[in-house]
Ligand binder design. Sequence first.
Ligand SMILES: *Cc1c(COP(=O)(O)O)cnc(C)c1O
Length: 466
Amino acid sequence: MELPFAEPYKIKMIETIRMSTREERQAWIEQAGFNLFNLKSDQVFIDLLTDSGTGAMSDRQWAEIMTGDESYAGSASYYKLKSAIKEIFGFDHFLPTHQGRAAENVLFSVLVKEGDVVPGNSHFDTTKGHIEFRKAHAIDCTIDEAFDTEIDHPFKGNVDLGKLEKVFKTYPKEKISFVIVTLTCNSSGGQPVSLENLKQVSAMAKKYGALLLYDSARFAENAYFIKKREAGQQNRSIREIVADMYALADGMTMSSKKDGIVNIGGFIALKDEELLQKASVFNIMFEGFITYGGMAGRDMAALAQGLNEVCEYDYLNARIGQVAYLGQLLTSYGIPVQKPYGGHAIFIDANRVLSHLPKEHFRAQTLAVELYIEGGVRGVEIGAIMADRDPDTRENRYPALELVRLAIPRRVYTNNHMEYVAAAMANVFNRRASITSGMEIEREAPILRHFTVQMKRSVPVALMAQ
Ligand SMILES: *Cc1c(COP(=O)(O)O)cnc(C)c1O
């Protein structure tokens, strides 16, 4: 008999999670204004809100916590992290920051000026935020295939070289702050970028004299997909692939809350010392002295260990295999999900589940609420609530896709939990025709409304027709 898959770790410490009743959940979600961000964590049984900062550290990482060096300047933990970054990514210079957006804030303070453009594959929200805050523009050059959920393309995070070249031909060199490639591309659903594409992007950036940076939150998951899907990469180690990827870039920003497998932290790493000197000034102003930058020594030490662990093939195979397992279960129940499955999350197509509700009643939000009521599972809406209102017309924006994202924390849940989540979703899916009422907004903030919006149930569709 062929031996089945099993996780390449065992559990040394557990945290109890409490199951609730449907009646309790119905009351809680109403009190929360039908906003899943307003729930208390103990009102949630399985929490798939995000994979950011929610991972489980290993025994070796906890050991690093105990031996971390808390010196203000020149901490041994800083040097441990510096050598891990040099070994894995090849960069000589680095600055710690308290998380990924802080790395963006520091580095973009040097590189982004008013009126600039920053081409790349679909920029992450905070990246775009830090570009637009400086009155510059992010230009999305992702391949068209990424925006069609039906197309099964292996590298939907790829940059379209035609679109990128157009940017270089339209804007003078001094207007292009840099090119940024997000690995994996979070905004398009955790989709990877191929090594071949990185080579081509790097060559084009060089040709036009632009810096190439990677937004690196899920760099190891990206390398795993390269190993699995790209011709000629099957027999190479994750570390060899990561080294090749980063040899093509001038620098990186990192949210350590993802592939650092720590609960907080981030960093900037760079090839060029002069750029580092300039960024150091902002790091000291915004984050802290250059050898801690908003991180405790123990957290830098745990991050150094986490970066090593995330590059292990067996870990990645279990991690990405678990995400795919959830995707396969949902697919087997007939539930429409985005394909191919991403590295860190599964996206359910709410437009196809709740097509009988008008889009003005927020289909993805409604589906996420129903999943919570059904089983205490918390996902997140990526749809019209999150897309917010048009800043000029103040009209609601309705994106092409209404998605419920189920993001899987690293090393936290077992495949039994995935089976539970899929069964809860299947129950909702099977009673979808009886979901006749969606959501209506009662109160919302002028910007980033999804975090605090208050909603109520909308008038049922049957009554609307009368
Ligand atoms: C999470 C994330 C960020 C921002 O990092 P924080 O640590 O949350 O500030 C930036 N880019 C990508 C791709 C991310 O996933």
